[in-house]
Write a protein that binds this ligand. Structure first.
Ligand SMILES: Cc1cc2nc3c(=O)[nH]c(=O)nc-3n(C[C@H](O)[C@H](O)[C@H](O)COP(=O)(O)OP(=O)(O)OC[C@H]3O[C@@H](n4cnc5c(N)ncnc54)[C@H](O)[C@@H]3O)c2cc1C
Length: 401
C-alpha cells in the first residue's frame, strides 16, 4: 500500500484538493490545526463567487476563476447547496473611474464572462434607485454562496472516499528525503508520498520548513466589515462595488448581501499585528519581530504609507469607514450599521515590497506549496485543486472517479 498524499490545511483549497484526490482513489490525509474546517480565510470572507471580470486575461486568476465558477456551480447544484445569482454592479463615481471601468469591461470580455453590460447613470438608477454613480458595469452572474457549508461538504466527500481529515492536529515540521516526505504532528511522524501545503496565513513558514525559498512572505491584512441594520438591508438588491484602485489587489469597500440575509459593508485592508489577528488587540510578538526584520515589509510600508494610514483611520473611525461607501451609497448613516466579524487575508509580498497579485504555486521536489491564494481563491478552489492534482502526476487508481 502506497503512502498517502498529505495536505496541510482544511480550508477550501486544501479540502478541494483532498476531495479531487480521494475521488481518484488516491489515499489522502489532511492535517488541520483548528478544531473544525474553514476556520480562517475560507470561513471569514465576503461569500462571493466572483465571475472573473477583473483579472488580467491569461492570468492564473482569470483561468481558475472562470473554470472554478463552472465547477462550483455544478457542485452546489448537485449537493443542494445555496447559490444565489444576485448579480453585481461595479460603480464609477467620476470620469477618471469611468476610464478604469472600461478596462475592466475589456478584461471581462476577454475572460469570457457572460452577460456583462455597461450602464449609464439613468440605467443604474432604473436598476438600483439608491446607488449613485456616473456609470457601472453589471455582472449578472456574480453569485453569493455559503463557503463554510461548501467546505464541510468537500470534507464529507473526502471521508466518504476513505480519506482522513485530522482536525486539531497542527503540522509542526516537514522533512523531505529521497522518495518521500515526513510530516511531524504532536501525534508523531508520518510518511507521505507527496505533500501539498495549503496553509493560508501560515503557508510561507511551512514552505520554508520544507526547503522552499523565503519569498514571497505572507503579510496578514485584516478586512473589517460593518453590517447593515434590518431597516436598510433591502435598499439595494445587487452586490455593489467601487472601481478598484489598480495599485492594490483588494477590491475596495463593497456592499455584499450574505446568503443568510445579512448585508455587509467591507472589507477594508488594515495591517494585522498577528497572522490570525481578527481584532486590533490580537498582537503576536513573533509576528512583530518578523515584520521588523522583513526588508519586503519595509519596502511595502515605504511605498504604501499613505494608503496604510487611510485604511487605519477607516478602521479606527466608523465615520471614515462610511465616508468611502457613502460616495456610492449617499444615504448611508452611522446609525445604519453595526460591527461585523472580520477576516484576515494571507497576502504574499515579494522582496521588492510589491503585493503579489496572481495565484502562485511553488514546487520543491515532492512538496507543492500554495504561496499566494487570495481572492478569488474561494471561487477558484475546485479549479486550483484540479491544477494541483494534475501537476502531482499521480497515476489514477482503478475504480476512482
Ligand atoms: C476578508 C476576506 C474576503 C474575501 N472574500 C472573498 C470572496 O468573496 N470570494 C472569494 O472567492 N474569495 C474571497 N476571499 C479569499 C478566500 O477566502 C481565500 O482565498 C480562500 O479561502 C483561501 O483558502 P485556503 O484554503 O488557501 O486558506 P484558508 O481558508 O486560510 O485555510 C488554511 C488552513 O490551514 C490551516 N493551517 C495553517 N497552518 C497549519 C499547520 N501548521 N498545521 C495544520 N493546519 C494549518 C489553517 O488553520 C486553515 O484552516 C476573501 C478573503 C478574505 C480574508
Amino acid at each position: 500500500m502506497r503512502d498517502p498524499v498529505g495536505i496541510v490545511g482544511a480550508g477550501l483549497v486544501g479540502l478541494a484538493t483532498a476531495r479531487h484526490l480521494a475521488r481518484s482513489g488516491v489515499p489522502v490525509v489532511v492535517w488541520e490545526k483548528e478544531a473544525t474546517v474553514a476556520r480562517h480565510q475560507s470561513g471569514h470572507n465576503s461569500g462571493v463567487v466572483h465571475a472573473g471580470i477583473y483579472y488580467p486575461p491569461g492570468s492564473a486568476k482569470a483561468r481558475n476563476c472562470r473554470r472554478g465558477v463552472e465547477l462550483l456551480r455544478g457542485y452546489c447544484a448537485g449537493r443542494g447547496l445555496p447559490w444565489d445569482e444576485r448579480g453585481k454592479l461595479v460603480v464609477a463615481r467620476d470620469e477618471a473611474e469611468t476610464g478604469r471601468l472600461r478596462e475592466i469591461e475589456r478584461r471581462a470580455q476577454a475572460n469570457g464572462v457572460p452577460g456583462v453590460r455597461w450602464l449609464d447613470g439613468p440605467a443604474i438608477r432604473a436598476l438600483e434607485p439608491d446607488v449613485a454613480g456616473v456609470a457601472a458595469l453589471l455582472s449578472p452572474t456574480t453569485a453569493i454562496v455559503d463557503f463554510p457549508a461548501i467546505a464541510r461538504a468537500f470534507a464529507a466527500d473526502v471521508t466518504e472516499r476513505g480519506g482522513q481529515i485530522l482536525t486539531g492536529t497542527p503540522v509542526t515540521a516537514v522533512r523531505r528525503h529521497g522518495d518521500g516526505v515526513h510530516v511531524s504532528t504532536p501525534a508523531g511522524t508520518h510518511p507521505v508520498s507527496r505533500l501539498v501545503i495549503c496553509a493560508g496565513l501560515q503557508t510561507d513558514l511551512l514552505a520554508r520548513a520544507a526547503g522552499d525559498r523565503a519569498a514571497p512572505e505572507i503579510i496578514p491584512f485584516r478586512g473589517e466589515y460593518l453590517r447593515l441594520q434590518p431597516g436598510v438591508r433591502d435598499r439595494v438588491r445587487h452586490l455593489i462595488y467601487p472601481v478598484p484602485d489598480p495599485a492594490y489587489p483588494f477590491l475596495g469597500v463593497h456592499l455584499t448581501p450574505r446568503i443568510d440575509g445579512e448585508v455587509d459593508l467591507g472589507p477594508n485592508a488594515v495591517l494585522a499585528l498577528a497572522r490570525e489577528g481578527y481584532r486590533w488587540r490580537d498582537v503576536s510578538a513573533g509576528q512583530l519581530s518578523r515584520l521588523a526584520r522583513s526588508a519586503a515589509f519595509r519596502r511595502l510600508a515605504r511605498q504604501n504609507w499613505r494608503a496604510g494610514l487611510r485604511e487605519m483611520h477607516g478602521s479606527l473611525s466608523r465615520r471614515a469607514f462610511l465616508a468611502e461607501a457613502r460616495s456610492y451609497l449617499p444615504w448611508l448613516e452611522s446609525g445604519h450599521v453595526v460591527p461585523a466579524p472580520a477576516g484576515v487575508r494571507a497576502q504574499a509580498v515579494d522582496p521588492d515590497g510589491s503585493l503579489v497579485d496572481d495565484f502562485r504555486i511553488h514546487r520543491i521536489g515532492l512538496v507543492t506549496a500554495i504561496r499566494n491564494a487570495p481572492s478569488p481563491a474561494a471561487t477558484s478552489s475546485m479549479a486550483i485543486a484540479e491544477q494541483i492534482v494534475g501537476e502531482l502526476s499521480i497515476s489514477p487508481v482503478q475504480g476512482g472517479r
